[in-house]
Design a protein around this ligand. Structure first.
Ligand SMILES: Cc1cc2nc3c(=O)[nH]c(=O)nc-3n(C[C@H](O)[C@H](O)[C@H](O)COP(=O)(O)OP(=O)(O)OC[C@H]3O[C@@H](n4cnc5c(N)ncnc54)[C@H](O)[C@@H]3O)c2cc1C
Length: 504
């Protein structure tokens, strides 16, 4: 049987598209299969009340000239085309804490970051400098993150096992500063006693280096990559869900689609969650021990989202985000109970080309466990029955949304009078749009106790099946882009692409 393609990529999330873009540039005939109508996975946007909402790109780091994501986007010919807005240099994130009227400021650039925090913590200069040096040191140990080839596992091993919470507590006794330094840990679903410092460091560093919003939504990233892929002879098939990965004689020969048809290729890359990929792949070559090891890995928590549409020219557009947490809870936010939910929230204003004086919309994000919506797990969002999960589900969402808005209103008194309408998303929305099992925001949770266990290799036991996406090494647009690089390097057997990106 002849193969239709050199490479079939299952899923058009950031990792899948980066692989497709790079490999089609390298001359491979690629085909991306995406189950949804819209490509991009968490890069997808949607429109409500004529306003664009992002599903998973509220802001980006590392897009300053020469920085890591900038170089990747430059190589992929995205950088000049993407409408970007730099967030306020002197404040990209504000940390706010229950029972404290202050707004603690994260500024862009390390010295600026230190100087702004010194205003609230004048006696903590030594701690802040040690902290920033450590963040930079940790990041410097990951070659790919710095677009360097080679590298030695011994370089990073010493930092993989550092506990983020304990490290922050070790540099200062000031509890408030400890809480502030962990304040935006919703960015990586931080969990005390679990999250490694390297995750905190790599995410935070990219935003301290520079912070950006995509004007009119992040789906432009996937749009431009799709154009590149087609220009290089690749195909993207939307509304095409893979049901099964078919193995014959020790390797994958085709994927079976929902309609029973098959697409054959020489190689396959899955951008789906690894557990989903393994469930679809029937073969003894992948041992039960490996399958259960991957299945047992915990996923990061999911989220409840309230997307607010503001009345026209009513609420000011702010070029920074807010992260709120209840006192003493910054590392425990995923462990809320029904009574104390939510223990925190993140607040993002969307950048619109129509105005940068007034906000058109904002997104409020709070953690939500899949169990909270389990009773509706048997209902699915499809094109024909979008959001039709019954009136009790609608009631549940409304109750949660009102609670969350009430909490945000403590920060912005009178907020409600600016709200024209709002729309919600739950772990079920993310489950259905992304195609994982539990709506997890960032995939497999990293753990400093056994860091290597939570790294997923891009290779599988099947010689022509590879994995990519946020579950591999790091999440986020930057992390998933890096995962695409890791997969391409594993597939091509060399690191020349890194040099091309560095020299782009
Ligand atoms: C609420 C939220 C907020 C976020 N905010 C930010 C942010 O501000 N900044 C940032 O950098 N990152 C953010 N992220 C994280 C970032 O968006 C993700 O880490 C990244 O986009 C994930 O990329 P991925 O390659 O893993 O693919 P995914 O986005 O997981 O996409 C996987 C794709 O595979 C497709 N698929 C699944 N199963 C099948 C199948 N059987 N057949 C065909 N296709 C299939 C899916 O439909 C999907 O398109 C956020 C994420 C969430 C959830």
């Amino acid at each position: 049987m002849t193969a239709d393609f050199d490479i079939v990529i299952i899923g058009s999330g950031m990792g899948g598209l980066v692989c497709a873009d790079i490999l089609s540039r390298e001359g491979y005939k690629v085909c991306v299969l995406e189950k949804n109508r819209q490509i991009g996975g968490s890069l997808q946007t949607y429109v409500r009340d004529r306003v664009i909402f992002d599903s998973g790109v509220h802001y980006l780091g590392g897009l300053g000239e020469g920085q890591n994501l900038y170089q990747v986007f430059k190589y992929l010919d995205i950088i000049g085309r993407l409408k970007l807005q730099k967030m306020d240099e002197d404040v990209f994130d504000k940390i706010i804490i229950e029972n404290d009227d202050k707004e603690y400021v994260y500024a862009q650039g390390y010295e600026n970051f230190i100087q702004h925090l010194l205003k609230d913590f004048p006696n903590e200069e030594k701690a802040l400098r040690i902290y920033c040096d450590k963040i930079k040191d940790v990041c410097s140990r990951f070659p790919l993150y710095n677009l360097r080839s080679g590298g030695d596992i011994n370089e990073k091993t010493p930092v993989l096992e550092i506990d983020a919470q304990a490290y922050i507590a070790s540099i200062t006794n000031n509890k408030k500063l400890q809480a502030v330094l962990a304040g935006n840990n919703t960015l990586y679903a931080g969990q005390g006693g679990k999250t490694p410092l390297y995750v905190h460091a790599m995410i935070l560093n990219s935003y301290i280096e520079s912070s950006w919003k995509c004007i009119d939504g992040g789906s432009a990233i996937s749009k431009f990559m799709a154009q590149n892929i087609r220009k290089h002879g690749g195909e993207i098939r939307r509304n095409t869900e893979v049901k099964k990965i078919v193995v014959n004689d020790g390797k994958v020969t085709s994927v079976e689609l929902m309609d029973g048809s098959h697409i054959r290729a020489k190689n396959f890359i899955s951008n789906m969650h690894p557990v989903r990929t393994l469930d679809m792949t029937e073969t003894d070559i992948i041992k039960p021990a490996y399958r259960s090891r991957v299945k047992e890995l915990e996923n990061t928590v999911s989220s409840f989202i309230v997307n607010v549409v503001f009345n026209k020219d009513s609420f000011p557009y702010l070029k920074h985000n807010y992260y709120y947490h209840k006192e003493g809870q910054v590392w425990n936010m995923p462990d809320y109970t029904e009574q104390n939910w939510p223990l925190g929230y993140a607040l993002f204003f969307s950048a619109s080309s129509r105005s940068d004086v007034y906000a058109e919309s904002m997104t409020i994000l709070a953690y939500m466990k899949f169990d909270d919506v389990k009773q509706w797990a048997g209902t699915f969002n499809t094109v024909s029955n979008e959001n039709d999960r019954g009136s009790d589900y609608e009631f549940f969402k409304k109750q949660k949304a009102e609670l969350l808005i009430e909490l945000v209103e403590e920060k912005f008194p009178g907020l409600r009078k600016h709200i024209k309408s709002y729309y919600t998303a739950t772990p079920l929305s993310y489950r259905d749009y992304i195609g994982n099992y539990d709506g997890s925001m960032y995939g497999i949770a990293k753990d400093f106790h056994n860091p290597l266990k939570t790294f997923i290799s891009p290779r599988t036991k099947l010689p022509n099946l590879y994995l990519t996406g946020q579950n591999l090494n790091l999440h986020g647009v930057l992390g998933a882009a890096m995962s695409g690089l890791v997969t391409c390097i594993a597939f091509m057997g060399n690191e020349t692409v890194i040099e091309k990106i560095r020299n782009a």
